[in-house]
Design a protein around this ligand. Structure first.
Ligand SMILES: Cc1cc2nc3c(=O)[nH]c(=O)nc-3n(C[C@H](O)[C@H](O)[C@H](O)COP(=O)(O)OP(=O)(O)OC[C@H]3O[C@@H](n4cnc5c(N)ncnc54)[C@H](O)[C@@H]3O)c2cc1C
Length: 427
């Protein structure tokens, strides 16, 4: 239904209408952009795929290669990466094409006959329940092709420029000037960009690189100096790292201090939002709650209702009032869930709740016809148990656009919620 929010039209619903700026854009490299991305590796293309969803942001992507990567060196895809691909609508294809790493076997030279190898251990690959997705293997070139495909189907029809090497960078108050060498034709050009990439990932990247160093050393030890059982123990102990779910962002303006963590122990502030199955109220469809998150730049407030739902309804009244951060930060004319998207999970069964008695903030009107979006409310008592959410008092879990938990708050903390958003959103 979400595909046709502005009415049915023929054609592939996965290809968005091109933004009017696409027709006005010249084919060549622009002189000036908002964001310039150097490098079409996984980091560059994930960012490009995300920005492609925002045609108002002028983005250019360059790489010194002469074309898309044909054969990548990497092929292991962590569960968390598949979760991220789901937000781009790419997980189904990836999971269908990939090899699934369900179990891992450990081998070494057979001490009785060193011309053979013998199996020393066999374990589950990823800890049970760590993600709704498996750890998979697919060539990195295919991962990048999916992302480029997403960019081309987006409203901005974003495409990388190849054969351009960044050779100089000058940063000033207005942004950055990047010198690009044209590797096939010779010569150079300069592109002005307004923004450069954030610092938050630096600490996370360093931690991951340290882990990778130690891990790859053990892998390549070739049986020398590394005890097989120790290696197997390390492999199991580091399972959350290899599944990609060990990252925890430190407190910042977009990640709060975990003062109310006891209300939802399974949604740790700073870590990725751990999905769980729920039933969508309006159509009784079993879905993953985490898949409500799309790569659309929106913040999400997951309202986990208290036992009888009364505090959750009160919070919804606030979210619909003039003091609401939704009113304050949503631009005029934009869909009400485009900046802050409210979802609610009730403890009652889906046959015990009436859709038409839900608070208006959970039935937002969208698109050019003002159709009601009925997909905001879910039912499940199990998710409260699975993720340690307090069933008596409920809570709200605020999730960043990149699916990391930003805040956990009691349902009555309307002021703190409003203050949190006011710390970084612009009126
Ligand atoms: C042998 C090997 C096996 C691996 N296996 C795995 C695996 O199984 N799973 C996994 O998750 N990871 C694996 N990795 C790690 C993985 O490849 C990297 O983490 C990943 O590629 C990093 O992505 P990136 O976008 O940061 O950089 P890169 O993939 O290195 O991409 C950088 C891009 O920037 C371009 N570029 C660089 N400098 C310039 C410039 N000045 N101007 C223009 N363009 C430029 C390059 O051409 C390149 O396309 C492996 C790495 C190696 C070496």
């Amino acid at each position: 239904m979400q595909f046709y929010v502005n009415g049915y039209k023929p054609g592939d619903p996965f290809v968005e209408d091109a933004h009017p700026s696409v027709a006005q854009r010249s084919d060549g490299l622009p002189d000036e952009v908002d964001v310039l991305i150097v490098g079409c590796g996984p980091a560059g293309l994930v960012l490009a795929a995300q920005l492609a969803n925002f045609p108002d942001i002028r983005t250019a992507v360059v790489d010194r290669r002469d074309g898309p990567l044909a054969m990548g060196q990497a092929d292991g895809v962590a569960c968390r990466t598949v979760e991220m691909f789901e937000a781009f609508g790419l997980a189904d294809r990836l999971v269908a094409e990939a090899y699934w790493v369900n179990e891992v076997c450990f081998w070494r030279l057979d001490p009785d006959d060193p011309t053979k190898i013998t199996r020393t251990g066999r374990i589950r690959d990823a800890e049970e329940g760590v993600s709704e997705f498996p750890h998979v293997i697919v060539n990195q070139a295919r991962m990048l092709a999916y992302l480029q495909d997403h960019m081309e189907r987006s409203a901005s029809r974003l495409r990388p420029f190849y054969g351009l090497e960044a050779s100089g960078l000058e940063v000033d108050a207005g942004g950055a000037s990047v010198t690009l060498q044209h590797l096939t034709t010779g010569g150079s050009s300069t592109v002005r960009a307004r923004y450069t990439y954030s610092e938050e990932r630096q600490a996370v990247a360093e931690e991951l690189i340290d882990f990778d160093r130690k891990f790859s050393k053990m892998f390549s030890a070739d049986g020398k100096g590394v005890d097989q059982e120790e290696f197997q123990r390390y492999f199991v102990a580091q399972g959350r790292f290899t599944a990609g779910v060990a990252t925890r962002h430190a407190p910042s303006i977009i990640t709060a201090e975990a003062t109310d963590q006891h209300l939802a122990e399974g949604f740790q502030v700073g870590t990725n939002f751990h999905s769980a199955p729920v039933i969508r109220l309006a159509d009784a469809k079993p879905v993953q709650l985490g898949h409500a998150a799309r790569a659309d730049g929106a913040w999400r407030i997951y309202v986990f209702a208290d036992r009888d739902g009364s505090r959750a309804r009160k919070l919804c009244e606030f979210l619909d009032s003039d003091a609401s951060p939704i009113r304050r930060f949503t631009p005029a004319g934009a869909d009400p869930d485009s900046v802050i998207d409210v979802r609610a999970v009730f403890q009652q069964g889906h046959r015990e709740l009436a859709v038409d008695e839900l608070p208006p903030v959970l039935l937002p009107r969208k698109g050019k016809f003002g159709l009601v979006d009925y997909e905001k409310v879910f039912c499940s008592a199990e998710i409260f148990e699975l993720r340690g959410v307090d069933r008596e008092s409920g809570c709200m879990v605020v999730v960043r656009p990149d699916q990391y938990v930003a805040h956990v708050l009691a349902l009555h903390e309307c002021g703190r919620l409003a203050d949190f958003f006011a710390g970084f959103l612009i009126d």
